[in-house]
Design a protein around this ligand. Structure first.
Ligand code: SF4
Length: 155
């Protein structure tokens, strides 16, 4: 099809139609205030396609910096997702960050999640114990989504 074959009136009508549809879209009534906090780049899997360049030597946030970051988050935050890298490579740091979040007492915070490969979940009793400890620190959801990234690291 050459340029001359294009019916510009028809194109213009289609554009106007799309624009009027967009103009009539209802504005969102509600904004979910969520942050994703990557506490480390360290990850045993080193997937080639990792968006965060996870590596065995990846650096982690210091506890002091994490405290400062958490202290400066907005009061009306509703959700926090902790991620990496693999947040479970440094349990002490993970627990320190969770304790800091708990102590900050965000009044609107309804969910803390952790995105993990699950590499640490090798023993049923150990998993139960960790889940109990995490629940005490306010964690409600463990997201196992990038387990498949770990498995498919040679992609
Ligand atoms: S498992 Fe996830 S965090 Fe780790 S290297 Fe792969 S994509 Fe990155």
């Amino acid at each position: 099809m050459s340029r001359e074959d294009i019916d510009m009136e028809e194109v213009e009508a289609k554009i106007q139609n799309r624009l009027s549809l967009l103009a009539n879209i209802e504005q969102p009534r509600f904004i979910h205030k969520c942050i994703c906090f990557a506490i480390t780049r360290k990850c045993p899997f080193e997937c080639r396609r990792c968006f965060f360049c996870g590596s065995k030597d990846g650096e982690s946030v210091s506890v002091a910096d994490a405290k400062e970051i958490i202290a400066n988050l907005p009061d009306d935050l509703e959700e926090i997702v902790l991620t990496g890298g693999e947040p479970f490579v440094n349990m002490r740091l993970l627990y320190d960050v969770l304790t800091e979040i708990k102590n900050r007492r965000f009044p609107e915070l309804s969910r803390i999640s952790i995105l993990t490969t699950g590499f640490w979940a090798t023993d049923r009793e150990y998993v139960r114990e960790i889940v109990r400890e995490l629940a005490d620190l306010g964690v409600r959801i463990l997201l196992w989504e990038h387990l498949t990234n770990g498995i498919m690291r040679q992609d």
